[in-house]
Design a protein around this ligand. Structure first.
Ligand code: NAD
Ligand code: UDP
Length: 307
């Protein structure tokens, strides 16, 4: 697994070990940390390796989960060239590894391939509306290129490819400085600091709890279905302002909700059509409600922040 010591990667490592697999976790620790997998270090089937996916690698493996890439706008925009290198060269290297090892590879793509979508909700057949030169382009176009590479390896070299288009996913173990909306709001609410809603807060996202997403990953990797992308996310759509209110209430916080500038090219709405996932992945659908998921995330942050 690449990016295995990040937020989603650490949950996936845990799940794969529970299922009896041997897991090699590669990470350059850019946004991930050893702390996320500290509890797995003594496990006899777990191995942690510092490796940057922009460097080639060969290894005997059966499956590759390719998650390495900063995912939060503040992190992926800090060094946009590096982000493109990670998304493009990193995916190329991991596809070469899969090809050589005759392994199946699952690519962690994103709903950002739809950009600021004109079609709503987003079905996999929608080609997207991405600004190719805006501040989000390094990530969005990097991931679009990663998808193009993956389907090309499938067509040209018969590599067994799976593509997950992940919609906003949150949960325990997100970094307190991750910068994405759920972790920001939870940290702010727990510290009784102002909750920063960007713009009017009427933009929407659809928030999926980590364990639901991981279940989708496992089923997608196991499915006989080929390289066509599959949306994985929770179809419940929420405005950012609603999310702020839910978080404040569940954290029993005294925070006020304040407005901050809306970032450039911030997508106005986002909701997955998950009919393909339901059909191909044995009826897969998220089971954790937003309220349950936010409450669990609050508990985790409360413990870690000691508040
Ligand atoms: P994260 O930032 O917590 O994890 C990314 C991991 O990749 C980190 O451990 C980081 O250190 C590692 N990494 C970054 N660049 C690397 C490189 N060049 N070489 C090796 N390791 C590198 O983010 P996450 O939320 O866990 O996201 C995991 C994957 O899922 C990413 O590919 C992301 O684009 C994708 N994704 C996540 C979401 C979401 O909402 N969480 C949504 C869409 C897509
Ligand atoms: N957002 C916000 N306050 C924050 C962080 C984010 O209002 O402190 C908004 C952001 O403008 C966007 C939404 O929340 O509309 C989701 O942002 P995030 O960075 O989590 O993910 P993405 O924009 O990549 O979906």
């Amino acid at each position: 697994m690449t990016g295995g010591s990040g937020f989603l990667g650490s949950h996936l490592c845990e799940r794969l070990l529970k299922e009896g697999h041997e897991v090699v976790c590669l990470d350059n620790f850019f946004t991930g940390s050893r702390a996320n997998v500290e509890h797995l270090l003594d496990h006899h089937r777990f191995e942690l390796m510092r490796h940057d996916v922009t460097e080639p690698l060969t290894m005997e493996v059966d499956d590759v989960y390719h998650l390495a890439c900063p995912a939060s706008p503040i992190h992926y925009q800090r060094n946009p060239v590096r982000t493109i290198r990670t998304a493009v060269e990193g995916t190329l290297n991991m596809l070469d590894l899969a090809r050589e090892a005759k392994a199946r590879i699952l690519i962690a793509s994103t709903s950002e391939v739809y950009g600021d979508p004109i079609e709503h909700p987003q079905h996999e057949s929608y080609w997207g509306n991405v600004n190719p030169i805006g501040p989000r382009a390094c990530y969005d176009e990097g991931k679009r290129c990663a998808e193009a590479l993956a389907v090309s390896y499938a067509r040209q070299y018969s590599v067994e490819v799976r593509i997950a288009r992940i919609f906003n996913t949150y949960g325990p173990r997100m970094h307190e400085n991750d910068g994405r909306v759920v972790s920001n709001f939870v940290v702010q609410a727990l510290r009784n600091e102002p909750i920063t809603v960007y713009g009017e807060g009427q933009q929407t996202r659809s928030f999926c709890f980590a364990t639901d997403l991981i279940e989708g990953f496992i089923r997608l990797m196991a499915s006989p279905h080929g390289a066509d992308p599959v949306n994985l996310g929770n179809p419940r759509e929420t405005t950012v302002l609603e999310l702020a209110e839910i978080t404040r209430k569940l954290a029993k916080s005294k925070s006020e909700i304040v407005r901050a500038p809306l970032p450039t090219d911030d997508p106005t709405r986002r909701r997955p059509d998950i009919s393909r996932a339901q059909q191909l992945l044995g009826g897969w659908a998220p089971v954790v409600s937003l309220e349950q998921g936010i409450a669990a995330t609050i508990d985790d942050f409360r413990r870690r922040l000691g508040v």
